[in-house]
Design a protein around this ligand. Sequence first.
Ligand code: LRH
Length: 477
Amino acid sequence: APTVTVAAVDLGASSGRVVRGRVGPDELVIETVARFVNGPSEIPGPAGRELRWDTPSLFDHALAGLRAAGPVDGVGVDSWAVDYGLLRGGELLGWPWCYRDARTAAGVETVHRAVDPAELYRRSGLQFLPFNTVYQLAAETRLAEAERLLLVPDLLTWQLTGRAVSERTNASTTGLLSVSTGDWDDDLLALVGLRRDQLGELVDPGTVVGEHAGPHGAVPVVAVGSHDTASAVVAVPMRDPGVAAYVSCGTWGLVGVELETPVVTEAARAANFTNEGGVDGRTRFLTNVMGTWLLSETLRSWGQGGADLGELLARAAAYDGPVVVFDVQDPRFLAPNDGSDDQPARIAAWCLEHDVAPPADRIGLVRSIVASLAEGFARAVEQAATLSGRTLERVHVVGGGAQNAPLCDLLADRLGLPVLAGPVEATALGNVLVQARALGALSGDLEALRDLVARTHPLREHRPRAGVTQDGGVVVS
Ligand code: LRH
């Protein structure tokens, strides 16, 4: 059977990477050829600080990474969801807004005045996040000028190929795609003032979109699960998705199960569970939990980069002082640090409002964040089970969080279930796998792709430790 070498461009909210993967029926080897930092740029605007993405620089890094990858048989792009660029005359109408910008509050009001949130949920199946594209567009001032609207990965795919498409898994995060028909919802498009001809043609993951004339020759560009979480879920090595939950833990912790069909019950809406489109028409029934964003912003407020995180986490793992479990889902933690109001100050304020003593020092704070994330993930796993009517036997953790052993231990203890950690680079692996299948090097369904991940990537098992949660000195809010 043939073996292919493909390049995955994976753009995360806090870092991007270009990964080269060699894939065949018994082979799945990836190597990171470029890594670069990312983050919202704070720029002054007429109404104060604006948070935007410097996509021109980001895409330059991606292109440099593709050159460094050498000759490949395919390229695929994925990134964080919901954000978009507007194009006119082949140029960006300004840097794309970052979903964490506060402008979306007005958009939420506009949309909810016109359509009841329960009705929106029945139509799109999406959890309420104040930054869903539908709300961003209701607050967008330049839509009428635009000839095209492309989500971030589609924007890079367009830059590579000249073809404007809307890859379906990411399109499902806009709030504008019907959960029942899989097509754009014309009433919602009209509500935000978007025309169908401004959108790229909807394509499924696995479609060859076009060719990139790279330095090493023309290369097919393949639509993958361009929503990073969709790619990550492809590479969760679930042997039986019917009894497994997953946590894809990076900037966000995406916690849920994979379903064959959406669940759009009132209970699912109340618990803020989403039905995002997965690869091969699967449903990603999950909820967004705050994620390592809390840690990275805390470090940033201390003037420390990510390089120190490993050491801090190791010291926090050995910490035996009091641990505060705060509610990581409190919306106050969504915004970036802002002058005097940073994540440590917000966590301290939360503690004071809930009559618990804030963490006494930095290590105590890091430990509290880890314990609070584990609690947030555990609650979401329990809800996923209840809402989908499933009995779970194990939980997979993929992404950067899989390296965080104390987090995985606490999650296992709290749920009384084994936690299987890894692979760390699930998103890049999912991207590479879908390309390899589209190019003929692999065949079969997602279970076959996951089986290849399981055969090539050892997992670390965290067994629940009896009694630790009760004896660990944890203050549960
Ligand atoms: C994770 C992610 C998540 C979205 C958020 C905007 O990177 O794509 O699935 O909700 O970013």
